[in-house]
Design a protein around this ligand. Structure first.
Ligand code: FAD
Length: 489
């Protein structure tokens, strides 16, 4: 065990984020160790966008398929085919893709080791010590305890990062996750392909039966296919959903090669560094696009930016340089993450409704299987769009209730004062204006309370009508005043 060994940077995790960070640092001439536990293929649909292929020089031979079209399938089963801008979405197998990225980092000068990161400590002069269990690739059982020193550590060890926890990066405990699951199946031979099958098309299902808050996918991978889905709802059966999707797409009979899943972080952490010597990248930093689940490109970009930040910190000795990784990333993609984050939030299911839906689906399956009629509780689908997931908004609803009550009391007070004293505002002057505001607040209240769309539409229409009527009265009054002023007395 060599305790004196020291690297400028130790990168922990050899996925797209870590391998890209190690490659970038080695290219900058830094001494860098890339530590990866290996032995497990990352569960992943493997879809990569054209900009990734271009920006990170991915060779064509790594693409096992090129999807030229994405089919979006609506809850009604209607679909729209969208041709891919700039040609195609590349499909990679993560086993060979990640290994190629790690090998490229090693060719650039990074030292590669296989081992499981265990903990961080500090030596006498305050330098970080990375403790890990070293083992040969694919070796099982206990490894050999080992440690190296590091001036900077890049934590790229994926979702639920141990480096983030050990390195005390603030806010890491608050991360929320979607769980994604997929099955790798053998692609059907020509003769057995179901009707409408196209090995160059990605199918994306936006249907509640496949996911209440995310989407289901069928991605072509040459000889194989990835069929998967995700959800933040722990009560939703992802396995059951994939089974239903396989049936719906005619792929139920295909041989299943692997079943696997992993958590996906739902939004970027507020801090990616610990203000001293740790900076995070990729899933470890929470960087997966909400609602779409795209993570590989953002992991690689995050790895590159973390490497640049580490390089700048080492060059200047200023630890504030570590913050630049997040700052630069957000400047490039912050708006996209905010918009997609809102979409993801709006699609969050209400638990009770989801349980009911799962119950209904199970009962419907039982009916199909046994030809019997099962007793189903009254079905109340959660309203789509704005209303879905708003049950957690009770503080806003209370606040809105308070404003509505205040507005009504204010109107009554004004009316009473005018009636008793003959002074102040006459009800004619404010009633329509107030009614318009009240109806608008009631519409928002109805939406937050999960009421049906007709109620919301009625309130909004009443608000609009009252507002229009009020404007028209004011305009008329102004015109008659103008006329009486211009008339010669
Ligand atoms: C089912 C599923 C489907 C997905 N489909 C897509 C898709 O089609 N397109 C897309 O862009 N994104 C997809 N994603 C997201 C994408 O896979 C991730 O965002 C991406 O892999 C993140 O890269 P990363 O390098 O940050 O982390 P990871 O790829 O998770 O890599 C982490 C690395 O750290 C290593 N590691 C972990 N712990 C330790 C330790 N203690 N010691 C040493 N090494 C360790 C692991 O071995 C691994 O190599 C999908 C995710 C899932 C779960």
């Amino acid at each position: 065990m060599n305790t004196d060994e020291i690297f400028d940077v130790v990168v922990i995790g050899g996925g797209p984020a870590g391998a890209t960070a190690a490659h970038e640092l080695a290219r900058q001439g830094r001494s860098v160790l890339l530590l990866d536990r290996a032995g497990r293929i990352k569960p992943c649909g493997g879809a990569i966008p054209p900009r990734l292929i271009k920006d990170f020089d991915i060779p064509d031979e790594l693409l096992v398929a090129k999807a030229q079209c994405a089919r979006m399938i609506a809850p009604s089963n209607k679909h729209v085919d969208i041709p891919i801008d700039n040609g195609f979405v590349g499909m990679v197998n993560r086993e060979s893709f990640d290994e190629w990225l790690r090998a490229r980092a090693a060719t650039a000068g990074a030292v590669r080791r296989t081992g499981v990161f265990e903990k961080l400590s500090r030596d006498a002069d305050g330098t970080s010590v990375v403790h890990y269990s070293a083992r040969e690739r694919h070796q099982r059982g206990e490894g050999t305890p080992a440690q190296v020193r590091a001036r900077v550590i890049v934590g790229a060890d994926g979702a639920k990062s141990q480096v983030a926890r050990q390195g005390a990066v603030p806010g890491v405990e608050d991360t929320q996750y979607v769980f994604a699951y997929h099955e790798i199946v053998r692609a059907p031979a020509q003769a057995t392909q179901p009707a409408g099958f196209d090995g160059t098309r990605c199918d994306v299902y936006y249907q509640g039966r496949f996911s209440p808050d995310f989407y289901g996918w069928v991605f072509p991978h040459g000889d194989t296919m990835s069929i998967g889905t995700g959800s933040a709802d722990k009560g939703f059966s992802l396995r059951g959903s994939v089974q239903r999707m396989r049936e719906a797409s005619g792929l139920a009979g295909c041989e299943t090669l692997r079943r696997e899943g992993a958590p996906l972080p739902m939004k970027p952490l507020k801090r990616w560094d610990n203000g001293r010597d740790v900076v995070l990248a990729g899933d470890a930093a929470g960087v997966v696009a909400p609602a779409s689940g795209e993570g590989i490109y953002y992991a690689m970009l995050g790895g590159e930016l973390a490497a640049q930040a580490a390089h700048e910190m080492l060059a200047t000795g200023d630890v504030r340089a570590l913050k630049l990784a997040r700052k630069r990333f957000m400047k490039l993609h912050g708006t996209v993450f905010t918009v997609l984050g809102i979409m993801q939030w709006l699609r969050r299911p209400r638990r009770a409704a989801t349980h009911l839906r799962v119950l209904h689906e199970q009962a419907a399956h039982a009916q199909e299987a046994h030809g019997a009629r099962a007793h189903l509780p009254q079905r109340h689908e959660p309203p789509a769009g704005l209303c879905a997931g708003v049950s957690e908004l009770w503080p806003i609803r209370w606040l809105l209730d308070a404003v509505i009550v205040f507005t009504v009391l204010e109107g009554l007070g004004l009316w009473l004062y005018h009636r008793l004293t003959g002074q102040g505002l006459a009800p004619n002057d404010y009633a329509l204006n107030m009614l318009s505001g009240l109806c608008l607040m009631l519409a928002v209240r109805a939406a937050l309370g999960g009421l049906a769309w007709p109620w919301i539409a009625v309130c909004l229409s009443a608000s609009g009508l009252a507002h229009g009527w009020d404007l028209q009265r004011r305009w008329q009054r102004q015109r008659s005043t103008a006329r009486s002023v211009s008339r010669p007395s």
